[in-house]
Design a protein around this ligand. Sequence first.
Ligand code: HEC
Length: 108
Amino acid sequence: MRASFRMIAGCGAFVALAAAGGAAAQNGGTAAQTQYLAANCANCHGTDGRSAGGIPGLAGLSPDYFIMQMKAFKENARPATIMHQLAKGYSDEQIAALAVHFSRLPAR
Ligand code: HEC
């Protein structure tokens, strides 16, 4: 009984640590974490968000605009071919970190 209580308390500490990690991501995250998330966008939006084709680039977008678009995709408020599905896979904290990341990259 005592041992299992200690295990549950231990899990609580882990969750608290994970939450602290989320808070860090909100402030831009560690470079590695955000780089990993941003890599998922490169296939369509180009390396470092600099698009070569018909898909809009992400580099240099203002964080406000970026976050607004991702929110609109999530809520199906902006018509999309694919982004409405993709956006739903990212938390608000991850989107905020990505917004800061792409805004710092030069558009050209
Ligand atoms: C499978 C291809 C694909 C991937 C992967 C992808 N996108 Fe997109 N993205 C699009 C397309 C296509 C659009 C144009 C809207 C639409 O039709 O869905 C778009 C539009 C956007 C826009 C709006 C840009 C603007 O100028 O208004 C943002 C912001 C965005 N994507 C962010 C992301 C982020 C962040 C990721 C990675 C987490 C990502 N996208 C991954 C295809 C993709």
